[in-house]
Design a protein. Structure first.
Length: 277
């Protein structure tokens, strides 16, 4: 059977997702398949694509069906236990790279709420001499992050801890200081109407943060400066309408100075940068 005989009437987005799925199944590039005039499918491939299409129609994200996604050009395993790394979070990586241009810097990172580990693992791949600590409340998320660290062969430069924000740090690390603290905490307002593809497939504890979406910034912020080296930096992802509220929380902290708010690919406010002072 040929791909386009089966799927010519399918909406373009689903057609594209099926070709991505097939490229994954065959271990070939998407572009290689896309350039073919027609694609002959084996019976096994037809079953796989039919099953994939059923799940896509139920609004399951392709990343969750395939069990992996791409972030900043690197591959990451994902499951329903972790938030799918979002493209807009790449702004946080760019912000760190703008501030620390020396790829060989011996930086230390702390990632609060690491999920799949996409942020800190990307940074450790970009800075081969850097070390990091990543923590999360979810034990299941940490398992996925550890798997990703192993896959990228950076396990010797990262340590994972389970618990709530800074309390997750063991006693010996309670006074540890870092060059950069990064976080993409939950920031969705509890009554915000999320799409089924998010609501049903991303963990709720990765999304919601009280009626104004600020609960976790309020918990995290008071301890940031005591864990930053002098002039160390804090990078925090925010919701598109939370810049002023999060800056207000920063202004209330001792030894933490707001530096800038960076926009995402859609020109929405997305990352706040602050500095130990
Ligand atoms: C928005 S997700 C971000 C995941 C990942 N850093 C990313 O950018 O893709 C927030 C993460 O914070 C974790 N989290 C929620 N509450 C937490 C808490 N009290 N302490 C530590 N982590 C928490 C969630 O389990 C989730 O993995």
């Amino acid at each position: 059977m040929k791909f386009f005989d089966l799927y010519k009437d399918l909406e373009i987005a689903h057609q594209k997702s099926l070709i991505v799925a097939l490229s994954h199944f065959r271990h070939v590039s998407y572009s290689k398949l896309r350039l073919q005039n027609d694609i002959f499918l084996t019976l096994e491939e037809q079953h796989f694509l039919s099953h994939t299409l059923t799940r896509l129609k139920q609004k399951e994200p392709l990343t969750k069906i395939l069990g992996c996604t791409e972030f900043y050009g690197f591959n990451f395993a994902v499951t329903t236990d972790v938030l799918d790394p979002r493209q807009d979070s790449e702004m946080l990586i760019d912000a760190v790279r703008t501030d620390y241009c020396d790829n060989h810097a011996n930086l230390s990172f702390l990632d609060l709420g690491t999920g799949s580990g996409s942020l800190i693992i990307t940074l450790l791949l970009l800075y081969p001499n850097a070390q990091g600590i990543a923590l999360d409340f979810s034990e299941k998320a940490l398992k996925v992050a550890e798997q990703n660290a192993n896959f990228h062969k950076i396990s010797n430069r990262i340590t994972f801890y389970q618990g709530s924000w800074f309390d997750a740090l063991p006693v010996a690390k309670q006074v540890a200081k870092f060059d950069c603290i990064i976080t993409n905490p939950p920031y969705i307002k509890s009554d915000y109407p999320l799409d089924d593809s998010v609501k049903n497939y991303d963990p709720h504890e990765a999304l919601y943060a009280g009626t104004d979406g600020l609960d976790d910034y309020i918990k995290i912020m008071p301890k940031v400066s005591e864990h930053l080296n002098n002039k160390g930096r804090f990078y925090c992802e925010i919701g598109f309408d939370q810049s002023i509220a999060v800056q207000d929380i920063i202004y209330r902290q001792k030894h933490l100075k707001f530096l800038q708010c960076i926009k995402d690919y859609s020109e929405n406010d997305r990352v706040i940068v602050a500095e130990h002072c």
